[in-house]
Design a protein around this ligand. Structure first.
Ligand code: NAD
Length: 519
């Protein structure tokens, strides 16, 4: 990590030794193909979550800078949209290679700013890389449709065309994967893109922008601004932005969906989650307990697909002590330390919030079987660490069940039957991900068909779809009608134009005006 810090301070073009009143490096904006220092007088500190040291500052871009970024996207659009699809594909093919070559560097930046373990950060980059690889299939994905001879000498065909300038607003928890869900798909379709990364973890996005430039993306096709509410409002309101991709919390997502839609934009918003793992008594016990522990506590529970709720059905409730034993064995440490299984939470406020939700469980009658609130990590006493925590005897009306905790906390409910478990899952307002653990195919099938959840795993704890499919989400976990990546991602970033065309061999001159509706 120290190595990354010193490197970040000295070399990269997207960070600079600060002209600011301290020695902390500042993150640049990316406008018109140049990494530029912001003239803003409003800056946000970036912390290493393992130490809480300030490691950088990110600007809240000024109105003039945001206007310049949009103007750059707008200027670059006509030529980029007119660039042959094969040439756009070539840029993406070079990009996926550069991401592979720099995967470890990107991962180090993620660990530094976000806190997750290096191995997990590499997974973050890798899952984004898969979307870039998928975007390379644009030549098939972007094809329109044709219907010859719809009447005499007349053919009908459609094109998928880019929308114009699109924008993305990303969360802190996947600093590489989620921006990579957005701009590569949009840009390969011929759109230009304005990206606003999370102000807490901008480093990975900046390096990804540099690599995209090195891959041959023309100046202005990707622009990056930084900031919080003002930047978000700017994106929602600007008339030149045609579509917004958002991933993050419900509070922000619902606001952005409504404000962006009001201004006539397409908006897709992936939001919060409360993912249930239903454990049937016939499940493979060893496998299931390991899967549950990994999916509940990996990335310190800061994944939208974290399996944060276990529903133990019938005799499976007897496995609880073993579940606790396995969770106890996880090693909590700074993300760059060898052997770390989970790192810190993103901020002290996030830690406080998670601890308060654990407290609420005690107050409302649940039992804390494993308590990570007081954990101390040697050498990292100022970090935002919470150890694996398991709360049992949880009922659906308790706060720790109703709220998305977004920390290393597994809440456990018990039911007698599968039907009761399904009812619990479907009564929860969120519908992001879920998993069932069973050795019975009919049970698995019934569950997969009856739960109203976007991503369902059968003996797979974190069923994030590969990019040839789409990442979905049901009920409060998603707003919009077209999902991220897969075929739907292409639909989101394109509009259809249909052409009805008649070429007659004989003389086509009409003898009188055709005033009746053509049939
Ligand atoms: P967040 O909503 O706080 O931030 C996301 C983005 O929105 C950031 O760029 C931020 O600057 C902006 N933002 C934050 N508050 C805002 C507000 N009030 N108004 C306007 N803009 C605002 O989310 P986060 O804490 O960075 O990420 C964690 C959340 O993201 C969790 O709820 C998690 O479930 C969700 N998430 C969902 C998915 C999914 O695919 N469903 C994936 C990853 C994360």
């Amino acid at each position: 990590i120290l190595q990354v810090s010193s490197k970040v301070k000295s070399s990269p073009t997207w960070y600079s030794a600060s002209s600011f009143s301290s020695s902390v490096p500042t993150v640049k904006l990316f406008i018109g193909g140049k990494f530029v220092e912001s003239k803003s007088d409003k800056w946000i500190d970036i912390h290493n979550p393992a130490t809480n040291e300030v490691i950088g500052r990110v600007p809240q871009a000024t109105k003039a800078e945001m206007d310049a970024a949009i103007a750059s996207c707008k200027r670059a659009f006509p030529a980029w949209a007119d660039t042959s699809v094969l040439s756009r594909q070539q840029v993406l093919l070079r990009y996926q290679q550069l991401i592979k070559e720099n995967l470890k560097e990107i991962a180090k930046l993620i660990t530094l700013e976000q806190g997750k373990t290096l191995a997990d950060a590499e997974g973050d980059v890798f899952r984004g890389l898969q979307v870039v690889e998928h975007a390379c299939s644009v030549t098939s994905l972007m094809m329109g449709e044709t219907m010859p001879s719809i009447t005499k000498d007349m053919d009908l065909y459609s094109y998928r065309l880019p929308l114009g300038v699109c924008a993305g607003i990303a969360p802190f928890n996947f600093p590489a994967m989620i921006p990579l869900w957005m701009f590569p798909m949009a840009m390969v379709c011929g759109n230009t893109f304005l990206m606003k990364p999370s102000e807490r973890v901008p480093g990975a996005t900046m390096l990804l922008a540099k690599l995209l430039q090195d891959s041959g993306a023309p100046d202005g096709t990707l622009n990056i601004i930084h900031g919080q509410h003002e930047a978000v409002n700017f994106i929602c309101d600007h008339p030149d932005i045609k579509a917004i991709s958002f991933v993050g919390s419900n509070k922000a997502g619902e606001y952005i969906f409504e404000r962006g839609s009001r201004h006539g934009k397409r908006v897709q918003a992936n939001m919060g989650a409360k993912n249930h793992g239903v454990v049937m008594p016939d499940a493979n016990k060893e496998n299931t307990l390991n899967q549950l522990v990994g999916a509940a506590f990996g990335a310190a529970g800061q994944r939208c697909m974290a399996l944060s709720t276990a529903v133990l059905v019938g005799e499976a409730k007897k496995w609880l002590p073993e579940l606790v034993e396995r969770a106890k064995n996880l090693r909590v440490n700074a993300g760059d330390q060898p052997g770390a299984d989970l790192g810190p939470l993103i901020t002290p406020q996030a830690k406080e919030r998670v601890c308060n939700l654990i407290d609420s469980g005690t107050k409302e009658g649940a039992s804390i079987l494993l308590d990570g609130r007081k954990i101390k990590v040697k050498g990292y006493e100022n970090g935002n660490f919470v150890g694996p925590t398991i709360i049992s005897n949880v009922k659906p009306n308790m706060t720790c069940y109703k709220e998305e905790i977004f920390g290393p906390v597994l809440v456990v409910l018990e039911t007698e039957t599968l039907d009761e478990a399904i009812q619990i899952v479907n009564n929860n307002p969120y519908g992001n991900g879920t998993a069932i653990f069973t050795t019975n195919g009919a049970t698995a099938r019934k569950y997969a068909h009856l739960v109203d959840v976007g991503q369902v795993g059968v003996n797979v704890p974190i069923p994030v779809p590969l990019p040839m499919f789409s990442f979905t989400g049901s009920r409060s976990s998603f707003r919009g009608d077209t999902n991220f990546y897969g075929k739907q991602g292409i639909q989101f970033y394109t509009q259809l134009k249909t052409i009805t065309s008649q070429w007659k061999e004989e003389d086509a001159t009409l003898s009188s005006p055709a005033v009746v509706m053509p049939t």
